[in-house]
Design a protein around this ligand. Sequence first.
Ligand code: SF4
Length: 252
Amino acid sequence: MGTLLKEAAIPGTLDGTPLEVLEEMSPEEQFSWALRVYGDRAGIITSFQDTGCAMIDLMRQAAPGMRVLTIDTLRLAEESYRHIKHVEARYGITVERFQPNPERLARMVTQHGEFLFFDSKPKQEHCCSVRKVEPNERALASLDVWFTGLRRDQSAFRATTKRAQWVERSGRHILKLAPLAAWSAEEVRTYMAANNVPLHPLYAQGYTSIGCVICTTPTRPQEATRAGRWRWFNHLDQDSKECGIHISGSGI
Ligand code: SF4
């Protein structure tokens, strides 16, 4: 009974396009469809790593005018802040920045200190909740279609990423599209080089995944892509490398 109720609550897309059709669309077709059907309720949320920048380039060709949003944890690297401005200038876009709630942030730092993420996994998750997940939920509240740069080759956790799925957030369903989910890292870089897409400068310093300062470090050649995230937790399982943005709420 519970399952039936849950399934009944899942909405259809506004023009009736089924998930199976969205799953098979090219990235350009997904962007174009989403802008046409959902307008400013569709947007890319990105941290401006390689896949995110490739998505922006594809979007600018197929669906110019689509919103681009980012989560500014206030602990990003200086290189990241400069890179975002560079991308804005390159594509003539204004990125919408979502930052932590000031009261929640001040309370957390007063209670636990600025570097609580070193203390324990729960405290790191609390920091990510305040600095990333809550601002991300606020960004999602303005969207019905969420484009993400998740790729299946990024980690075991992401290996089953669908190109189109409904996810539940704050009691409602959002259409989550991962247009480049099936692309390899090499395909992304080849596309970027061919189209002169700006590449985050920290990749040249050995980073393979880029987030907040301290919590992100360069990786060695034999390491997993996200091994440089919270390096002091590398003895834990793969899921420990997710900050919560992609695991809170259920995928359907
Ligand atoms: S990555 Fe680190 S600094 Fe950034 S929100 Fe998570 S725990 Fe906090």
